[in-house]
Design a protein around this ligand. Sequence first.
Ligand code: G4P
Length: 549
Amino acid sequence: MSSEGISAASASTIAREVKRRRTFAIISHPDAGKSTMTEALALHARMISEAGAVHGKGGRRSTVSDWMEMEKARGISVSSTALQFNYTPTGPDGREPVSDDEPNVINLVDTPGHSDFSEDTYRVLTAVDAAVMLIDAAKGLEPQTLKLFQVCRHRGIPVITVINKWDRPGRSPLELIDEITERIGLIPTPLYVPVGIAGDYRGLLDRRTGDFVKFTRTAGGSTIAPETVLSPAEALASEGDAWTAAVEESELLGEMGQDHDQEMFLAGQTSPMIFTSAMLNFGVRQLLEALVEFAPAPAGRTGIDDVERAVTDPFSAVVFKVQAGMDSSHRDRLAYMRIVSGEFERGMVVTHAQTGKPFATKYAQAVFGRDRSTVDTAYPGDVVGLVNAMALAPGDTLFTDPKVQYPPIPSFAPEHFSALRVTTADKYKQFRKAIDQLDAEGVVQVLRNDLRGDASPVLAAVGPMQFEVVTARMKTEFNVDTVIEPLGYSLARRTDEASAPELARQRGVEVFHRSDGAILALFSDKWRLQFIEKEFPSLTLAPLVAAAD
Ligand code: G4P
């Protein structure tokens, strides 16, 4: 029994739960098919019986995290959400379970689609153990995919590559493999080779068995596509040249050494590759199975005191996202935590490492889009939303004794700077409250100096759309009208008390305090920065952490 009177699960129960869990995110450029794939995965996990519930043609794009009007209008996802489903590996026809074991528990953590929210995405990626890099077969690597891939590489997150939209004309498998190898130095190791070129997707050559997995289209791709397994001889008879081409490609890949190697995958050197059509539900089962087979199960982490917390140790979790205003009917604040160790039981009282204060977890929820359900028990790898989490900020640790505190999540180097001014004269108090809340949530970074005073703080963001979130939320949640006034700065450096006075005297430079205590100097452009660095070599001017560092 813990001090709160809650029975602790035995280490063996926790170990078993951890073993069957996989927690991952999909990284992609907008439009590559992330929502469609999320839905296809849910379909395969029998969570939904027909595609179209999460995302579909026209107006059916409804239940995916559309909590803000702005988000709806733009059709982008601002918030992060987590989808949990059970998956039992199934037979090749997609019908019969092949194993009587307990199902796997898959946690899919959603990432914001727009590059302006890359800071949120970065935080989400601290909460996953693997990533699926989803690529449009016709477009290849796109800027947002590249950026997110660099974050995965930086954090040592293994990546499974999915070439999507294979039902449409696109590049050849070898062209795509070459592009990935050459541009990002990741070696794709296809688990399957598609039979039929992009636009004529018939099935997959399973490189491990040599068999042909043939897909059958279903009406509108709304249900799981039936699979038939054919021997190589049968495949040749049925598919002719398309089969021969796939066999040759597979052999060529083998000669080049592009076969799956678990160690190299976990080291981030190679990436199992799968060809899919999320729209037709082709290759989706293969993706789920690759996740279960290859993606790592949740692991323990090391605290700032260098002490390792194993998954079977007492409860600990990291907050990776704080969000408010999901439900306009009751204004609340939701903190998402990823469980690192131990068993979580709703109602347990945990300690907030940053303040040392107790935190009651009476209202723990699983959240996906607008749908919430109460979570009673959760294990390492799971994502739990905590309601009314006013004191929690991204990067914070929650634990039960013994104490642990995980390293903070580094913030992105901001590139956009604007002054925020309140236009309703009598709302100053509300304004201050709102800005403090948005700051704590990590919606933007808030910078202040004596010259500007508290009435007009400077907001620093990775993307300008973060500013729009601030003004929209100021209005809807706090009833405060604000205007954004862009400032002529384009980059920031971290400095210190000793260097600040000299910097403040320079033209094209302004010095600010950030709420986490950092002192930042903003520069109009990189030439100004270079000039000052040359003139005053003794000043402290350190680059801020960027995603790809
Ligand atoms: P995103 O979340 O990554 O932004 O992409 P999303 O799933 O919204 O897909 C973007 C578009 O690509 C959608 O078409 C979707 O139907 C289509 N798509 C996704 N996967 C596939 C696939 O495997 N094959 C083909 N052919 N298309 C795919 P849309 O016309 O923009 O929207 P909708 O009207 O179809 O919903």
